[in-house]
Design a protein around this ligand. Structure first.
Ligand code: GBH
Length: 443
């Protein structure tokens, strides 16, 4: 896969360029916070492929100044990180984010915190976690505490990261923490996360915040064939990954057939949807790849690091004829154009400006030409969607650093900066220098 020799087209002035990370994946300093569901999960043998934990990770908690210097050198305008709820619960936990935000502001990098990126405090999990409606209320209380402390310097906020993946992997299939295997009984966890999002929007508004978004995981669903059984299965997958998480926010309703699976009486759901559809200022999308989906094949399948049980009403298939990343995910830049134009079509003027809150790939090595080709292709695909009329305001690369890649442990490297997990030494990769040059050319 060769990188396009032509320069990347010019993006509008004010377009937000950034990189993303999350607390549990980089911070370490596990003894300086309450335990989270991910600590319990990684302590259970067999859950994380290389048996590793995030107790130290990139040790960003102690090395944040070095990492902010890397951001400044890279020339990004914004940094998306996440606030660890279990850290905020422990004495002095907010002091860390206070220091980080100060450091970012001094470096001229805009802080864009995500308030929940999968690391639920274990104490809340023990009270039912996201299956318990009360967790949504606890979340809004925590959000109020965080914005009270950081709101004088932080103006742009993200409520949740990928409730879709947290529901699917964490609660339906159990390959991520908290490791529940509830299949379709996991849907209340989706509802309560969405409710938590809406309540958080209200808490942030009450604190005077005017720049709020969410980071939802989306991708086009490609049917395996035009056969009715494949089309039906693909339609259902699309509903679960895309519509289930975008419709309630943007249209104030669940897709048909799903509302019946949600907790509570229909009247309660209606009232919750009013909260969930509180207007956001922009809609964040994490994009990695499209998914090929067909009718169920009656057997378990391994896909993209996940085992899909046989009883699902669909099966995920391979996308052929494409380069794949180390993770096995296909590289399909035009899927991003297709996703964005499809969103603009489906949601029309209900769709606020869009920000790509994550896009990236896992490859080994410091001379990471494949990552350059991936990013180059996706940035051009994004520009094409904008030319087609989609209002996109920002693009964040996942990720600044190689980090703890959840159930894969340290085996997958998504960073622009290489991390040696023995010495914790940071080494900028070729893609880091490439992105710095792209950003300079953008002005
Ligand atoms: C994100 O999740 C997370 O927010 C982040 O924490 C994580 O580190 C990062 O991505 C990298 O994994 O059909 O085989 O092409 C991404 C969730 C689930 C997106 C699988 C891509 C497609 C796999 N992903 N999906 S495949």
């Amino acid at each position: 896969m060769a990188t396009n020799p032509h320069p990347i087209p010019q993006f509008p002035a004010g377009f937000q360029w950034g990189v993303s990370t999350s607390a549990h994946q980089i911070e370490g300093a596990a003894s300086r916070r309450e335990p989270s569901v991910w600590d319990a999960f990684t302590d259970t043998p067999g859950r994380v492929k290389d048996g590793s934990t995030a107790a130290v990770a990139c040790d960003h908690y102690h090395r944040y100044a070095e990492d902010v210097a890397l951001l400044r050198e890279l020339g990004v305008g914004a940094y998306r990180f996440s606030v660890s709820w279990p850290r905020v619960q422990s004495t002095g936990g907010l002091d860390f984010y206070d220091r980080l935000v100060d450091e970012l502001c001094a470096a001229g990098v805009r802080p864009v915190p995500t308030l929940f990126h999968w690391d639920l405090p274990l104490s809340l999990e023990e009270a039912g976690g996201w299956l318990n409606r009360g967790t949504a209320e606890r979340f809004a209380e925590y959000v109020a505490v965080v914005v009270e402390r950081l709101g004088d310097r932080v103006h742009q906020w993200i409520t949740l990261n990928e409730p879709a993946e947290h529901t699917l992997l964490g609660h339906a299939l159990g390959t991520h923490a908290p490791g529940r295997q509830l299949m379709f009984d996991a849907l209340p966890a989706a509802h309560h996360q969405l409710l938590a999002h809406g309540l958080a929007v209200r808490a942030l508004r009450a604190a005077g915040v005017a720049d709020i978004g969410i980071a939802n995981s989306h991708g086009p669903t490609w049917p395996a064939s035009e056969e009715p059984a494949d089309l039906e299965a693909a339609g259902f997958y699309d509903l679960l990954l895309n519509q289930l998480f975008a419709d309630p926010l943007l249209l104030g309703r669940y897709p048909e057939g799903i509302d019946a699976l949600m907790p509570g009486e229909p009247g309660d759901i209606e009232a919750d949807l009013k909260v969930i559809s509180e207007p956001v200022d922009w809609y964040g999308i994490n994009y990695y790849a499209p998914t090929r989906v067909g009718a169920p094949q009656g057997s378990e399948i391994e896909f993209g690091g996940v085992t899909m049980p046989a009883e699902l009403p669909f099966s995920v298939r391979e996308i052929e004829g494409r380069p794949v990343t180390d993770f096995g995910w296909p590289v399909v830049p035009e899927g991003l154009t297709e996703l964005l134009t499809g969103f603009a079509e489906r949601y029309g003027d209900r769709l606020p400006p869009v920000v790509i809150t994550e896009n990236g790939c896992s490859y080994e090595g410091i001379d990471d030409q494949e990552r350059i080709a991936y990013l180059d292709g996706h940035i051009r695909a994004l520009h094409r969607a904008m030319e087609a009329g989609v209002d996109v305001r920002g693009y964040f690369v996942w990720s600044l650093l190689d980090n703890f890649e959840w159930a894969e442990g340290y085996a997958r490297r998504f960073g622009l900066v290489h991390v040696d997990f023995e010495t914790l030494e940071r080494t900028p990769k070729a893609s880091y220098g490439w992105l710095r040059d792209v950003l300079r050319a953008q002005g």
